[in-house]
Design a protein around this ligand. Structure first.
Ligand code: HEM
Length: 471
């Protein structure tokens, strides 16, 4: 048979390869391809190709991209029990194991109930001082006129914060290993989703990437196991996730095994700092492109925060800062796609489409957030889209940076508080300007990262300094 192009029958969809489905297009330009899919309608059908059908032993294995908020709500909330997460790439499974992000059913409910209180309500606001003091430590190292890699700086603050939350101690030299392991792991996971060949090469085959990943993971795991042992051996009680997990029991009332504790800690370490760091990096990038937004933001911060550090009580009094944050998460959602869901049984969607049993359902905040039906002129950075009035005009579930339903982000409140406090602490004291000549594009690995380091020049601002709009 030839690798011919066939148009997808029944539903509308772009032509895809008979053998390899949409994967060559996804590999070439994932983000562009998803936006292109929007032009085919609310539910876009992408046959996954004969190779995947053989491998999955699933006839007519097909991916359906949902572009309508009502369908998104149906799958993630109204009929969520009909969907489970699809199997993940081998590298993802190796890194995360069976943490709350990857478990299903009763086990998932149980873990969520255990962990949610830690990242909610007053528990979250208790971290305010930690977040602002870690940001201030960073600012102490910034000098007027110097150039910094803002992505690396944001990752360094968010890692030091999550490290304290998880292990109750300061992160040290291990930070570099963690950052490098995450970067290698992210690229390998994306490659495995896009290329069958990459999936078929087991991780024990010593390719340079596999070697770097297993070495980095080995170091992180030894560290985690050492922390577990030290904590068990000490009588010291600590208010961190490690203590919570050591005291926890599973559904049968037995204590969690070390491997289970490792999986949860690894999940929170990775899900809990890289996402927020990327959100902040994109926010600085967007702000550096739009002086009028920066000026409004600075005005608000001058008025509410002045020259002190922001507090949790300030956050509700910073509506424009929140609008900037929301708009940044719209344009560059760190979770650019949700985990693919698998339909357990046939399902009728509100848009009228019927998904067959075994359908692979693809929901992407990246493409939903850039749909001109809900966000006119979608590529423009415009925080006013998130004013109270504008929010009311949009259908629910057109904006889902944290997902929705029973698998909605566990760290949402924490991420928001952390993002806003870091933003407010820095923007009230510094201006950041993009170093000239950089072409920055989003790279969709596990999170949506800038494809090159984002270099920025920092400049201290005097309190209440007014910034000329057209300077
Ligand atoms: C801006 C920052 C963040 C964004 C955009 C984000 C986004 C998301 C999204 C979209 C999901 C749902 C995935 C799906 O349904 O397939 C998710 C799940 C999750 N997130 Fe976040 N996240 C962020 C920060 C955090 C933080 C700070 C933590 C922890 C401290 C965290 C922990 C988790 C966990 C544990 C899950 C799995 C929930 C479950 O399956 O029940 N996230 N996140």
């Amino acid at each position: 048979m030839t690798d011919q192009i066939i148009p997808s029958p029944i539903f509308s969809g772009p032509p895809v390869s008979r053998w390899r489905g949409p994967f060559p297009q996804l590999r070439r330009d994932t983000l562009g391809f998803l936006l292109h899919c929007q032009t085919y309608g609310d539910v876009v059908k992408l046959p996954m190709g004969l190779v995947r059908e053989l491998l999955l032993r699933q006839r007519d294995a097909t991916m359906y991209v949902l572009n309508h908020p009502a369908d998104v709500k149906h799958v993630l909330v109204a009929n969520q029990d009909n969907y489970r997460k699809a199997p993940v790439a081998p590298a993802e499974s190796r890194i995360f194991g069976q943490g709350v992000l990857h478990t299903e059913g009763e086990m998932h409910h149980h873990r969520r109930r255990l962990l949610l209180p830690f990242f909610h309500g007053s528990h979250v606001t208790a971290y305010t001082d930690l977040i602002t003091s870690k940001t201030q430590d960073l600012l102490g190292l910034w000098h007027d006129g110097t150039s910094i890699d803002i992505g690396q700086q944001m990752a360094s603050v968010t890692l030091s914060v999550i490290w304290r939350l998880l292990f109750g101690r300061e992160v040290g030299a291990e930070a570099d290993t963690i950052r490098e392991t995450i970067a290698v792991g992210q690229r390998l996971i994306k490659l495995q989703y896009d290329s069958l060949l990459a999936t078929l090469i087991p991780l024990w085959v010593p390719t340079p990437t596999h070697r770097r990943l297993t070495r980095g993971l080995g170091a992180m795991e030894s560290m985690i196991h050492r922390f577990i042992e030290e904590r068990r051996a000490s009588s010291h009680q600590s208010e961190d996730v490690l203590s919570l997990l050591l005291a926890a029991t599973d559904m049968d009332g037995r204590q969690l095994r070390d491997e289970e504790i490792r999986d949860e800690l690894m999940t929170f370490l990775l899900a809990g700092h890289e996402t927020t760091a990327n959100a902040l990096t994109w926010t600085w990038f967007l702000l550096s492109q739009c002086r009028s937004v920066w000026e409004r933001l600075t005005c608000e911060l001058n008025e509410v925060v002045g020259d002190r550090l922001p507090t949790a009580a300030d956050v509700p009094r910073l509506p424009y800062t929140k609008m900037v944050w929301n708009e940044s998460l719209r344009l560059y959602p760190p979770a650019w796609t949700l985990h693919t869901r698998l339909a357990r049984t046939q399902d009728h969607l509100p848009s009228g489409a019927i998904l067959p049993s075994g359908a692979w359902v693809f929901i992407s905040p990246w493409s939903l957030h850039r749909n001109a039906r809900w966000f006119p002129d979608p590529n423009r950075f415009d925080p006013d889209r998130f004013s109270e009035g504008a929010n009311r005009l949009r259908p629910p579930f057109s904006y889902i940076p944290f997902g929705a339903g029973g698998r909605r982000c566990l760290g949402e409140s924490f991420a928001e508080l952390e993002g806003l406090l870091i933003l407010a602490t820095i923007a009230s004291k510094f201006r950041l300007r993009l170093v000239d000549g950089q072409a920055i594009q989003p790279e969709p690995v596990m999170t949506l990262r800038p494809d090159v380091p984002v270099q920025m020049i920092v400049q201290r601002v005097a309190i209440a300094e007014s910034i000329p709009v057209h300077a």
